[in-house]
Write a protein that binds this ligand. Structure first.
Ligand SMILES: *[C@@H]1O[C@H](CO)[C@@H](O)[C@H](O)[C@H]1NC(C)=O
Ligand SMILES: *[C@@H]1O[C@H](CO)[C@@H](O)[C@H](O)[C@H]1NC(C)=O
Ligand SMILES: *[C@@H]1O[C@H](CO)[C@@H](O)[C@H](O)[C@H]1NC(C)=O
Ligand SMILES: *[C@@H]1O[C@H](CO)[C@@H](O)[C@H](O)[C@H]1NC(C)=O
Ligand SMILES: *[C@@H]1O[C@H](CO)[C@@H](O)[C@H](O)[C@H]1NC(C)=O
Ligand SMILES: *[C@@H]1O[C@H](CO)[C@@H](O)[C@H](O)[C@H]1NC(C)=O
Ligand SMILES: *[C@@H]1O[C@H](CO)[C@@H](O)[C@H](O)[C@H]1NC(C)=O
Ligand SMILES: *[C@@H]1O[C@H](CO)[C@@H](O)[C@H](O)[C@H]1NC(C)=O
Ligand SMILES: *[C@@H]1O[C@H](CO)[C@@H](O)[C@H](O)[C@H]1NC(C)=O
Length: 861
C-alpha cells in the first residue's frame, strides 16, 4: 500500500529479530529493545505528566491511528501535544512502536501487517547502539531516544508538531541541520500539516512569523537583543522566554516558573492564530493569542505607515510621510502605504548628509527587519554615517539592546519600512531619515503642539448621557467652540503628524523627540500653562511640614502620600512619586495634563503637580475618610457601612471606572484597582485614585522594577498575572474582586475557607451555585438590606471575575446591570482564579506574585 524501500525492509527484519517481546510493564516510562508499545497501551512519564501512546483523533471515522504525546492528567488523548507520524497514519491496526537497531537507534512504527509506517529521523550522533538503548518519555513532554542510555540520538522536541511546550526550541540549529517550526493540524480530526505555520525567518534580525501558506499574517517583531519588538510587554511575565541568536543556532523558547502549571503554545489553523493555552480550573483557556487586533496583521498600514489601534483611523503615515494615494487612504485602503513628503537630498557624507537628517520615533514595533542589513560591529554613530552614505538607506536603529541600552551593533533599512505599530510604551529608538526641510517642519509643529493655548479653558467632553445632562448650556457652548478650534488645528497638522499615543490628537507630543531640550525653557512655558497648575517645591514643603512623618498618610503603588495644607487652608494630598523609572519633564507634564483632564465625581481630582530636579509630585484633593479598605476590613468601622452605603459605593466605583474606560477622551486602564485605591470623601462618596499613573511608569522599559509595582496580587486577573496581558477587562476583574470584598468585608487575598479549601472567589461561586449567596453578606453589617440588590451585585461581580476576559461585561453594562432593577443579568460561569496560591510566597523575589508588593517594593530609593 505504500512504497517501501530496501532499508525499511532491513529495519523490519531487525525489529522482528529483536522481538522476543516481553509484556510492557505498566510502570515503565521507557521503550527499550525488548519492549514494544502496542494498540491502546500507553506509557507515562515518571511524574505522570505526559502519556505516550497511539490514538485516533476525534472524528477520524476511518480509524487512522497516530503515535502521540498528551497530558496524562486530562482523561483520554484529548490534548495531543505531539504527533510522530502526522504524515503517515497507521491504517491497519494494531499499531506498534519498536526500538530498532538499524543504522543507529531509531524508533519504528509498524502496522498490523508488520509493515513499517514510520521511522524516526537518523540519529544526530554517530555512536553505535548498545543494549541499554532506550526511548524515554520525560515529564517535560520530550520523548528522548538514547543509543547507549545517555547519548541523545533523537528527541521529539526536535520535531515539533503544532505545539511548542516549555523548553522546546523554535528556530534553527545550524550545526545539527534541524529547522523547527510549529504547523497547524489540517483539521481537528487530521493531524497532517495544515496551512498555518509559526516559524523563524532569518536574515537581518531574527524574527518570527505566522504564515498561512506563503502569506505573512503576523510577526513577533524583530529581536533586538532584549525583546521581541512586537510583544514589548512579554518581558515582564511569569512566563520567561528567551531568544538565542548565535552562529550555531537561533531560536525562541519559553519556560514557566511554576512547573505545575500546564501551558502550551499552539498554532490554530482554523483561527489562523498563535495561541497560548493554560489549564485554569480544569479547562484550557487562551488569554494570549496573536494576531489580537487589526494592527497585528502584517504590514497593515503599507510601506512607511504605522498602526495604532487606539486611534481612528488606525493607520497613519510616519512623520515626514504622506499617503501615496490620499483617495485610497481616505477610504481606509492602506495597502498603498505612504511616500516621503520631500525626497531625500542624498548628498555626500562629506557634506554632512547634504540636507538629510534623522527624526526619532520610539514607541514602535521595529520595521520588519528580515531584509534589513545588520552590522554587528557598528556603533549608532557609525551607523548614522553609513545610512547617510547610502542613498537607499531610509532608517537605522540599534540591533543590540541587550540590557536595555543600545550596545554595539546596528541595523539599517534600505527597503520599505513595513509593519510598524505604535505602543504606549517606549520600545527603542528608530532613526528615520528625512529631508532636513521635513525635519524642520516637524520640529516647528511639535513646538507649537506643546505651547499652551492661552486663555483657553480646557474642559473635557463627557460623552455619557448623564454627563451631558449635567452640563450647563453656556458651558456646552464653550466646549463646542473649543473642540472645533482644536479639531481644526489638529487637522492642519494631520498632514505631517500622526495622532498621538493616546489618541488625543492635540494633547501629547506624538513622539519623543531627541532634540536637546532646554529644560528651563520648557519649565517656563509650562508655568504659563493654564491647564496644568505647577506648584513650587517650597509651597509643598511648607504645606507638608517638610514631608514630616506624621503627615504621611499612606504608601501607595507609586510612592508615599502626605497630607498637607496650602496657605489658603485648602487641604491636599501629595503623592511623591518614586524616583526610579521616572520620565523626563516633557513626558511627565504631558501625562499629568492628561490625568488632570480626567474629571468625574468618582475620581480623585488632580490639583496640579510639582517638578523639581528629579523629584516629581502629584497634588490631589484631600479625602477625609481615607481609603475604602480602612473601612471594610476594619472590625469597628465596617459596622458603619450599611448595605445601602455599600451599594452606593459599588455603584460609584463602577461609574468612575466606566468613565476611565469608556467615556473619557483617553482610554485609561487603571491596572491597580483595589480597595486601598478607592478613597472616600466626607460624604462617603467613593473616588478612584492613582489612575493614569501606571502610564507614566509603563513608559520605562529598562527597569524590571516598574513591572513589579503595577498590579496587586489578589486583584490581578489570571491573564494579567500569568501572561502580563492587561486590558480593560483586567480592570473589570479587579472591580469584581472588590465588589465581593465590599459585600463580604473580607479580603480576597487572605480569605481562605479552610474546611472547603476555597478562596473568596471560589467560595462565592460555591454559595452562588447552592443558592446561598446571601450568606456572603458581611455579618457585621447592621440594618436591613435589599435582597435582590445583594444578589444582583454578587451576580455582576461573578460575571466580572470570569476566567475569559471576553465574557466579562464592559463597565457600561456593569453600571446598567447594577443600577437598574429590571436589567437582565447573564448567568455567570465559574470564576478565574490566579494560579499560584501556594507559590506566591516563595516566588516573591520574582515580584509578580508577591502579595504585598505594591506596598513594600515601592520606595526603594
Ligand atoms: C533484552 O533481552 C535480552 C534477552 O532476553 C537480555 O539479554 C537483555 O538484557 C534485555 N535487555 C534489556 C534492556 O532488558
Ligand atoms: C484496549 O484496552 C482495553 C482494556 O483497557 C481492552 O479491553 C481492549 O481490548 C483494548 N483494545 C484494543 C484495540 O487493544
Ligand atoms: C508481526 O510480527 C510478530 C513478531 O514477530 C508476529 O508475532 C506477528 O505474527 C506478525 N504479524 C503479522 C501479521 O505478520
Ligand atoms: C561501531 O561499530 C562498528 C562495527 O561494529 C565499529 O567499527 C565502530 O568503531 C563502532 N563505533 C563506535 C563509535 O563505537
Ligand atoms: C516546517 O518544518 C518542517 C521540518 O523542518 C519542514 O518540512 C516544513 O516545510 C516547514 N514548514 C514551513 C511552512 O516552513
Ligand atoms: C490551505 O490553502 C489552500 C490554498 O491556499 C486551500 O485550498 C485549502 O483549503 C487550505 N486548507 C486549509 C485547511 O485551510
Ligand atoms: C522623488 O523621487 C521619485 C523617485 O525617485 C520621483 O519619481 C519623484 O518625481 C521625486 N519627487 C520630487 C518632488 O522630486
Ligand atoms: C546600500 O546598502 C545596500 C544594503 O546594504 C547595499 O546593497 C547597497 O550596495 C548599498 N549602496 C551603496 C551605494 O553603498
Ligand atoms: C551588545 O552590546 C554590548 C555592549 O556594547 C556588547 O558587550 C555585546 O557583545 C553586544 N552583543 C552582541 C550580540 O553584539
Amino acid at each position: 500500500m505504500r512504497a517501501r524501500t530496501l532499508s525499511s525492509h532491513l529495519l523490519l527484519i531487525l525489529v522482528a529479530a529483536a522481538a522476543f517481546i516481553t509484556p510492557l510493564a505498566s510502570t515503565t516510562d521507557t521503550i527499550d529493545r525488548n519492549t514494544t508499545l502496542t494498540g491502546n497501551q500507553t506509557i507515562l512519564s515518571a511524574g505522570g505528566v505526559y502519556a505516550l501512546g497511539f490514538f485516533t483523533p476525534d472524528g477520524a471515522t476511518d480509524g487512522r491511528t497516530y503515535l502521540g504525546i498528551w497530558y496524562a492528567s486530562i482523561p483520554g488523548p484529548t490534548t495531543v501535544v505531539w504527533v510522530a507520524n502526522r504524515h503517515d497514519p497507521v491504517l491497519n491496526p494494531p499499531a506498534s512502536l519498536h526500538l530498532s537497531a538499524s543504522a543507529g537507534a531509531r524508533l519504528v512504527i509498524l502496522d498490523g501487517n508488520n509493515d513499517t509506517v514510520w521511522t524516526s529521523a537518523s540519529p544526530t550522533t554517530s555512536g553505535n547502539i548498545t543494549a541499554s538503548a532506550a526511548a524515554q518519555i520525560l515529564d517535560t513532554g520530550n520523548l528522548v531516544l538514547t543509543s547507549d542510555g545517555h547519548t541523545v540520538a533523537w528527541q521529539s522536541f526536535d520535531y515539533p508538531t503544532d505545539t511548542l511546550l516549555p523548553g522546546m526550541k523554535l528556530g534553527v540549529d545550524i550545526k545539527a541541520g534541524i529547522t523547527r517550526n510549529i504547523t497547524s493540524w489540517q483539521s481537528p480530526s487530521d493531524p497532517s500539516p495544515g496551512n498555518v505555520t509559526f516559524k523563524l525567518v532569518i536574515g537581518g534580525l531574527p524574527q518570527f512569523f505566522l504564515f498561512r501558506g506563503t502569506e505573512r499574517i503576523y510577526t513577533s517583531g524583530a529581536w533586538n537583543g532584549d525583546i521581541l519588538t512586537g510583544v514589548p510587554y512579554l518581558k515582564a511575565q511569569a512566563f520567561t522566554f528567551q531568544v538565542v541568536y548565535s552562529a550555531d543556532e537561533t531560536y525562541y523558547s519559553y519556560s514557566i516558573r511554576d512547573p505545575s502549571l500546564l501551558s502550551r503554545l499552539v498554532v490554530d489553523g482554523a483561527a489562523t492564530q498563535l495561541k497560548r493555552f493554560s489549564l485554569n480550573n480544569g479547562a484550557w483557556s487562551s488569554f494570549w493569542y496573536y494576531p489580537t487586533d487589526q494592527c497585528d496583521f502584517y504590514a497593515k498600514c503599507g510601506a512607511f505607515g504605522f498602526c495604532d489601534p487606539d486611534s481612528s483611523p488606525i493607520c497613519s503615515c510616519l512623520p515626514g510621510f504622506v499617503p501615496r494615494s490620499p483617495d485610497q487612504w481616505g477610504q481606509h485602503d492602506w495597502s498603498g502605504g505612504c511616500v516621503r513628503n520631500t525626497n531625500l537630498t542624498c548628498g555626500d557624507v562629506g557634506g554632512g548628509g547634504g540636507g538629510d537628517g534623522f527624526w526619532v520615533v520610539n514607541r514602535m514595533k521595529l520595521p520588519e527587519a528580515t531584509d534589513a542589513t545588520v552590522y554587528a560591529g557598528m556603533t549608532l554613530d557609525q551607523c548614522r554615517l553609513a545610512c547617510l552614505g547610502n542613498c537607499s538607506c531610509g532608517a537605522y536603529a540599534s540591533a543590540n539592546m541587550s540590557g536595555g541600552a543600545a550596545g554595539v551593533g546596528c541595523v539599517l533599512w534600505t527597503v520599505d519600512l513595513l509593519d510598524m505599530r505604535q505602543y504606549p510604551i517606549v520600545v527603542q529608538d528608530v532613526y528615520l531619515r528625512l529631508a532636513q526641510s521635513d525635519i524642520d517642519a516637524l520640529k516647528t509643529a511639535s513646538d507649537n503642539h506643546q505651547r499652551p493655548h492661552k486663555g483657553t479653558l480646557i474642559i473635557i467632553v463627557v460623552a455619557t448621557i448623564s454627563g451631558a445632562l449635567l452640563l450647563l448650556g453656556a458651558l456646552g457652548c464653550c466646549i463646542l467652540l473649543t473642540k472645533k478650534r482644536r479639531k481644526r488645528e489638529s487637522d492642519d497638522m494631520a498632514a505631517s503628524l500622526p495622532p498621538s499615543t493616546s489618541g488625543g490628537g492635540d494633547d501629547v507630543l506624538p513622539f519623543r523627540v531627541r532634540k536637546h531640550p532646554d529644560l528651563d525653557e520648557e519649565w517656563r512655558s509650562a508655568e504659563k500653562d493654564v491647564d496644568l497648575p505647577l506648584f513650587d517645591l517650597e509651597v509643598i514643603l511648607a504645606a507638608t511640614n517638610d514631608f514630616a512623618l506624621n503627615n504621611k498618610i499612606g504608601e501607595g503603588g507609586f510612592g508615599p502620600v502626605y497630607m498637607g495644607k496650602l496657605e489658603d487652608e485648602q487641604e491636599i494630598a501629595v503623592k511623591r512619586l518614586s524616583r526610579r523609572s521616572m520620565q523626563g519633564v516633557v513626558e511627565f507634564k504631558n501625562e499629568v495634563k492628561l490625568i488632570a483632564k480626567l474629571q468625574h465625581r468618582n475620581l480623585v481630582r488632580l490639583l496640579g503637580c510639582c517638578i523639581d530636579e528629579d523629584e516629581r509630585m502629584l497634588l490631589y484633593e484631600y479625602m477625609h475618610n481615607q481609603s475604602l479598605d480602612t473601612f471594610i476590613f476594619d472590625e469597628g468601622k465596617r459596622r458603619l457601612l450599611r448595605w445601602q452605603k455599600r451599594f452606593d459605593i459599588i455603584l460609584g466605583i463602577a461609574r468612575g471606572l466606566q468613565y476611565l474606560h469608556e467615556d473619557s477622551r483617553f482610554r485609561i486602564i487603571h491596572r491597580d484597582l483595589k480597595a486601598s485605591n478607592v478613597l472616600l470623601d466626607r460624604n462617603m462618596v467613593p473616588k478612584i485614585s492613582d489612575f493614569g499613573i501606571a502610564r507614566m511608569f509603563g513608559g520605562d522599559q529598562t527597569t524590571e522594577y516598574t513591572k513589579k509595582v503595577i498590579g496587586t496580587y489578589g486583584y490581578m486577573s489570571p491573564e494579567y498575572a500569568m501572561d502580563g496581558v492587561f486590558s480593560m477587562k483586567s480592570d473589570i476583574y479587579s472591580f469584581g474582586v472588590m465588589v465581593l470584598e465590599i459585600i463580604t468585608g473580607k479580603r480576597n487575598r487572605g480569605f481562605y475557607e479552610v474546611e472547603l479549601d476555597l478562596n473568596l472567589l471560589r467560595y462565592s461561586w460555591m454559595l452562588w451555585k447552592e443558592g446561598r449567596s446571601v450568606d456572603l453578606l458581611d455579618e457585621a453589617m447592621e440594618g436591613s438590606f435589599n435582597y435582590s440588590e445583594v444578589l444582583r451585585c454578587i451576580q455582576v461581580a461573578l460575571l466580572c471575575v470570569e476566567v475569559q476576559p471576553r465574557n466579562r461585561p464592559l463597565m457600561s453594562s456593569v453600571v446598567m446591570m447594577l443600577a437598574s432593577e429590571n436589567a437582565t443579568v447573564p448567568e455567570p460561569n465559574e470564576p478565574g482564579v490566579n494560579i499560584g496560591k501556594n507559590t506566591s510566597d516563595t516566588e516573591s523575589s520574582h515580584g509578580l506574585t508577591s502579595n504585598s508588593l505594591t506596598i513594600t517594593a515601592i520606595d526603594a530609593r
